[in-house]
Design a binder for this molecule. Structure first.
Ligand SMILES: Nc1ncnc2c1ncn2[C@@H]1O[C@H](COP(=O)(O)OP(=O)(O)O)[C@@H](O)[C@H]1O
Ligand SMILES: [Mg+2]
Length: 257
């Protein structure tokens, strides 16, 4: 398998899994959190990853984003084979190519909104040039954060905190943003705002986004819906309405646990 950088070619998927398994425990305690999953995620798409609680969604994200090792199979991220990278190289690749948005926002409480947005550059040791500065200013304006930018997370509403996390994820234009239940802690109005922003980022900026959710309304903002059950990929669909998604998930007990 080649480890040449392919990330600038639109023909290559941004994330590619080939027969990827993740096994926890042994013997009677053995759990296949991912069971031979093969899937490609292409540039500029907004993909929702759905499935019941415990189906393997977070494991999928952790393995695909290089936060965790697969037990077997091949994971390609932004043109690099993760399985062939050591820990340091994987961390460097992840800092350069992946953005994260979490349910619990995961902002640094002692930093201002602005400092939180700049943090990925600091961590990666990247200087911010004029072009990046104007992109970040654009994001801050578009996300409605201009008058909140010197505030700390505790001084912001949940919706504002998640918009800071979105700005942080978008700031470095990563190859892919993984969002794990990004609206899980938000009221429905803030949820709609956040989902609209994610969809806009994909459509207008070509930002690749993979969003884990168990909410059919959230997934209806995506242009592709993957369904995971018991660690296996059991569905791969285009855009669907919330009702269609609910119908699709009947039988997989989404939201039941
Ligand atoms: N660190 C771990 N150790 C043992 N089992 C785990 C671990 N992480 C997840 N699992 C198990 O793997 C399965 C998938 O978990 P997860 O990916 O968190 O599911 P989801 O995000 O869809 O709720 C579950 O059965 C879970 O209990
Ligand atoms: Mg999870």
């Amino acid at each position: 398998m080649t480890s040449e950088p392919l990330q600038h070619s639109p023909a290559h998927p941004v994330v590619s899994l080939r027969r990827v398994s993740k096994i926890y425990g042994e013997g009677t305690g053995r759990v296949a959190a991912l069971d031979e999953v093969t899937v490609d995620i292409h540039r500029g798409g907004f993909t929702a990853i759905m499935g019941p609680s415990g189906s393997g969604k977070s494991t999928f994200m952790n393995v695909a984003a290089g936060l965790d090792d697969a037990t077997s199979g091949e994971v390609m991220l932004a043109g690099s084979a993760l399985t062939h990278l050591g820990d340091d190289a994987r961390t460097t690749l992840r800092r350069r190519e992946v953005g994260f948005i979490f349910q619990a926002f995961n902002l640094v409480p002692t930093l201002s909104a602005h400092e939180n947005i700049l943090l990925p550059f600091e961590l990666a040791g990247r200087r911010i040039d004029i072009e990046q500065q104007s992109w970040i200013d654009h994001l801050i304006g578009t996300l409605g954060l201009a008058d909140r930018i010197i505030h700390r997370p505790s001084e912001l509403s949940g919706g504002q905190q998640q918009r800071v996390a979105i700005a942080r994820a978008l700031a470095s234009r990563p190859a892919v943003i993984f969002a794990d239940e990004p609206t899980g802690n938000l009221d429905s109005r803030s949820s709609r705002e956040v989902l609209t922003l994610l969809r806009t980022a994909a459509r207008e900026y070509g930002q690749t986004i993979a969003m884990i959710s168990h909410d059919p309304v959230a997934a209806s903002y995506a242009d592709r819906i993957l369904v995971i059950a018991d660690g296996s990929l059991v569905g791969d669909h285009g855009a669907l309405s919330p009702q269609q998604i609910s119908d699709l998930l009947i039988g997989f007990e989404v939201g039941a646990a």
